[in-house]
Ligand binder design. Structure first.
Ligand SMILES: *Cc1c(COP(=O)(O)O)cnc(C)c1O
Length: 461
């Protein structure tokens, strides 16, 4: 059997509102050519993000009814805690409302002026929280990560030699911890190998530095290890997850990804003192330690989600369907970041539209065309998102590499079927056939920070 089927049946459905090209043209203009400003019911297939957009299982929905809303010591918390301890092998488990809350607490405790935090690639909220503490976020991915067309089985790996060099240069006093993002979201959803994690751990041991994981997509990363890392084929995904986390002193996790839930986060810690400090900050801004800003019913959904995400049928289908989208797009002549990542496909808009300079936002032109043509909502990850006031030029430690002009198609978990993806493939193939006719955009309104959310554009002539 070649076909990998969706390993679930559909019990409850949400209608998709179909729109005509003329309607979409009007909607796009009214939104100032910014798809963040389009109402979700005007979208046919929504690939804006895989965060919090997944479908819950029948067992998770029934968990919501079981949720106990006691302020302190809810049985839902203890079920959640037991599951999390079992999956990750950490004694100290704090729930948070989402990943960035865990990051905010961690970096308030270990960040600060003059400090540096190395990572393969900081996700934008992680970078923002490091910088908010006035520390500096340093990205050290392997060189292959910067070249979209280059294939590498573990393109999310840390450049271990560059890490050692940085530590030697600045000294261990200025580095509170080393972080590794699995999978590397900003680097294309690319996995990190167990060998690379062990090599990073060895460096941390040598310099007595803690190692933390930003582990939002830990299960997808473990599945890639099982598929691609020599000698790992006979290990279960659960075993691989335990091996990954056994190397770490802590982790920040957004449960909106591999927690298979619509909201939630985790902060995992080994150090007793740091844990006590984190509890105090959690109580200050999130909530008591047995709910951390979540409802008891959310904790039930998470306890079940962290179990289901390790099912190998689910992971085989998940990674296969994202890979299917990537391979079909490649066959249709759409240039993408290779190889396909775990949660998303990234179209290389700069190479697709060489007639549009970075200043006229080739990625945004591709995003607008996909919406116009088919009602598919993607997101620009290029000069709109990273230019302007948040420009990399203002970040001296950010790697001096040319900015990539990408368009991300993020796949929500358990939401769309293969025919939905076939529809997206057709739309993108048509878009690529007509790419020479795409026009750039210029910004007519722009807020001072994070402009991609609210900027308005018009089309160049
Ligand atoms: C989503 C994400 C975060 C932040 O999590 P939120 O739940 O959105 O706050 C941090 N790191 C990575 C790698 C992510 O993908």
């Amino acid at each position: 059997m070649k076909t990998v089927i969706e390993p679930f049946r559909i019990k409850s459905v949400e209608p998709i509102r179909m729109t005509t090209p003329a309607e979409r043209e009007r909607i796009l203009r009214e939104a100032g050519f910014n798809v963040f400003l389009i109402h979700a019911d005007d979208v046919v297939i929504d690939l804006l993000t895989d965060s919090g957009t997944g479908a819950m299982s029948a067992a998770q929905w029934s968990g919501l009814m079981r949720g106990d809303e006691s302020y302190a010591g809810s049985p839902s918390f203890y079920r959640f805690q037991e599951r999390v301890r079992e999956v990750f092998g950490f004694e100290h488990v704090l729930p948070t409302h989402q990943g960035r809350a865990s990051e905010r607490i961690l970096f308030e405790l270990v960040g600060g002026p003059g400090r540096l935090v190395p990572n393969n690639t900081h996700f934008d909220t992680t970078r923002a929280n490091v910088e908010h503490s006035q520390a500096t976020a340093v990205d050290l991915p392997i060189p292959e990560a910067r070249q979209p067309a280059v294939e590498h089985p573990f393109k999310g790996n840390v450049d271990v030699a560059a890490l050692e060099k940085l530590i030697e240069e600045v000294g261990t006093e200025r580095i509170p911890l080393v972080m590794v993002t699995v999978t590397n979201n900003s680097g294309g959803g690319q996995p990190v190998s167990l060998a690379n994690l062990r090599a990073v751990r060895a460096v941390c041991d040598r310099y007595e530095l803690p190692l933390f994981l930003d582990a939002c997509r830990f299960a997808e990363n473990a599945w890639f290890i099982k598929l691609r890392e020599p000698g790992m084929q006979d290990h279960s995904v659960q075993e691989i997850v335990r091996e990954m986390f056994a190397l770490a002193d802590g982790a920040t996790i957004s449960a909106k990804k591999d927690g298979l839930a619509n909201t939630g986060g985790l902060l995992l810690l080994r150090d007793e003192t740091l844990y006590q400090q984190a509890c105090n900050l959690l109580i200050l801004t999130e909530g008591f330690v047995t709910y951390g800003g979540l409802a008891g019913r959310d904790l039930e959904a998470l306890a079940q989600g962290f179990e289901e995400v390790l099912h190998e049928d689910y992971l085989a289908y998940r990674i296969q369907s994202v890979g299917y989208l990537g391979r079909q797009l490649t066959a249709a002549g759409v240039p993408i970041v290779q190889p396909p990542g775990g949660h998303a496909i990234y179209i290389d808009a700069a190479s697709l539209c060489p007639q549009i300079p970075a200043a006229a936002f080739p990625g945004q032109a591709v995003v607008c065309d996909l919406y116009r043509r088919a009602g598919v909502r993607a997101v620009e990850i290029g000069s709109v998102m990273f230019g302007g006031h948040d420009d990399e030029a203002a970040r001296p430690h950010h790697p001096a590499s040319p900015r990539l002009e990408l368009v991300r198609l993020a796949i929500p978990r358990r939401v769309y079927t293969q025919s939905h993806l076939d529809y997206v493939i057709e739309a993108a193939a048509e878009m690529a056939d007509n790419a020479a006719a795409l026009r750039g955009l210029r910004i007519v309104h722009e807020p001072p920070v994070l402009r991609h959310f609210t900027a308005r554009f018009e089309e160049c002539d």
